[in-house]
Design a protein around this ligand. Structure first.
Ligand code: NAD
Length: 298
């Protein structure tokens, strides 16, 4: 299948590589020429703009860092909307449902079908093809791209309403953001009382407190002090803010989400958008006066 792919970042690059390895023809674009050059080495063809990608492929995927970039790529001067061949635009980015509906409505005027397909499972999941792939859009269109989505991960059809996969994704990421914040506070509390953070993580992972922060992020990036999990602080902040904005728009009262939002705002301000999201642990360490590092084995 001919597939256009825009955005060859931490997630886009491994997803695109898997699609090439599965025998698809990939036409790619990214504002970073070095990322495009790397993908060309793996067998992709380069395009000079999103519009050119959409001139050369009926199906165009995108994995982009912000709503501003997403809108520019979809509907900007040289965006997907200008393409002559494109029939469907599959957005793998996390954007929230209201943005997805906005893009859906703009592209509909040009008879381009918008399909939401946000993913979860991080860079390791993108590399192994084990992502949770949430998808919403016209069901016959989803069936056409199911083989490609299956290369990326496990496909969950959420519904045919535009944006519903985005709603699903924001609920998931709110839980992931909460797990990071709450686990950091729990472990910092234990360390303050004299417990070993590595022992705490082992116990929690054998017990009922287990979650994705304690099973994955603490062992890989926090206990080691590497802070290299592969998900940007700015991206996590985007997702938490999107969740809060959606619940506000829906008129739903939330208590936990407000507190989680405040701690992520602090972590974002202190560490910066370009750092890894695992640095939220350092924001909590600073407030607690401890370090949650595993002791070096002698
Ligand atoms: P990233 O910043 O690593 O990658 C974004 C890519 O888009 C970069 O290669 C960048 O050069 C490119 N780009 C920026 N502006 C562009 C433009 N105008 N035209 C074309 N390309 C442009 O981000 P990521 O971590 O790969 O995340 C991408 C999306 O996936 C985000 O919406 C994020 O929320 C979501 N996501 C990320 C993860 C993760 O663990 N990193 C997990 C699930 C979902």
């Amino acid at each position: 299948m001919d597939i256009g792919f825009i955005g060859l970042g931490k997630m886009g690059f491994p997803m695109c590589r898997r699609l090439i390895e599965a025998g698809n023809r990939l036409i790619v674009y990214d504002v970073r020429p070095e990322a495009v050059a790397e993908m060309v080495k793996l067998g992709a063809e380069a395009a000079k703009s999103p519009g050119e990608v959409a001139d050369r492929a009926e199906t165009v995927f995108a994995s982009l860092p912000s709503l501003d970039v997403g809108m520019k790529v979809a509907a900007g001067d040289d965006g997907i909307i200008r393409g002559n061949r494109v029939k469907r635009y599959v957005d793998l980015s996390t954007t929230g449902s209201r943005f997805a509906v906005q893009v859906h409505d703009i592209l509909k005027d040009r008879s381009i079908v918008q399909i939401d397909s946000p993913v979860s499972g991080g860079v390791p999941g993108a590399e192994k093809g084990t992502l949770a792939v949430m998808v919403s859009g016209p069901l016959d269109e989803i069936e056409l791209i199911r083989p490609a989505l299956s290369v990326i991960g496990k496909v969950f059809v959420i519904g045919d309403k535009p944006g519903s996969a985005q709603t699903m994704k924001l609920a998931n990421n709110f839980l992931s953001a909460t797990a990071m914040a709450a686990s950091s506070e729990a472990i910092a509390m234990g360390v303050k009382a004299g417990l070993d953070p590595a022992v705490m993580v082992d116990v929690i992972n054998a017990g009922s407190g287990q979650n994705t922060a304690t099973t994955q992020k603490f062992p890989k990036s926090i206990l080691t002090g590497k802070f290299d999990y592969g998900f940007g602080m700015g991206l996590m902040m985007k997702d938490v803010r999107l969740f809060l904005s959606e619940v506000e728009h829906m008129g739903i009262p939330t208590e936990v989400a407000q507190a989680v939002g405040r701690i992520w705002e602090m972590a974002h301000t202190e560490n910066g958008a370009e750092t890894d999201f695992s640095r939220i642990a350092q924001t909590i360490e600073k407030r607690t006066g401890v370090e949650m590092r595993a002791k070096k084995k002698s």
